[in-house]
Design a protein. Structure first.
Length: 172
């Protein structure tokens, strides 16, 4: 027990260092980056901006999908509304359960409309106007995904649902 605690403490102290990126100039005068500081060469730590990610959250309200609009003006406002970059014939490999999908909308998304994902029939993340959406820590197995165009709490249009399989490393 006496040897285990100092070893674990040393490991915990080393974790933040492992996430650091260093910038330096190599022997040929090229700028290089590494996750470990080079020996005998001055290096500076690089501050990285936070990752752009979306986490599963229920929308404000009851946590149910938005209700469809009843006006002719908003129904089928987009000739094309579809998810892209999702393999349907083979498993999507995402070792940590994180991956990005695209949205194709024709015409382009109009203000104040926003995209919102539906993962397994439930709203996922916050609505956004960006046509690249990231999913984080998705369990392995079969899932369904669709994208909605929403205007506040009003559903403007929804894409077809795509069924896909996530393949990721199992960690006991």
């Amino acid at each position: 027990m006496g040897r285990v605690f100092p070893g674990m403490l040393l490991l915990l102290l080393a974790l933040p260092v492992a996430a650091q990126i260093y910038k330096y100039t190599d022997a040929d005068g090229n700028t290089a980056y590494s996750n470990q500081p080079p020996q005998g060469v001055p290096a500076q730590a690089v501050e990285l901006p936070p990752l752009n990610s979306i986490e599963r959250q229920a929308p404000a309200g009851q946590g149910t999908p938005a209700t469809p609009a009843n006006t002719d003006e908003t129904s089928n406002a987009y000739q094309t509304l579809a998810l892209t970059d999702i393999p349907t014939e083979e498993a999507l490999r995402a070792n940590n359960g994180t991956f990005t999908v695209g949205v194709r909308a024709q015409p382009r998304l109009r203000s104040p409309h926003l995209f919102r994902l539906l993962l397994d029939g439930q709203p996922y993340g916050q609505p956004t106007n960006v046509p690249r959406l990231q999913l984080v820590n998705i369990d392995r197995g079969e899932h369904s995904l669709a994208v909605q165009v929403v205007d506040g709490d009003t559903l403007v249009q929804q894409s077809e649902t795509v069924t896909f399989t996530v393949q990721r490393v199992h960690q006991p």
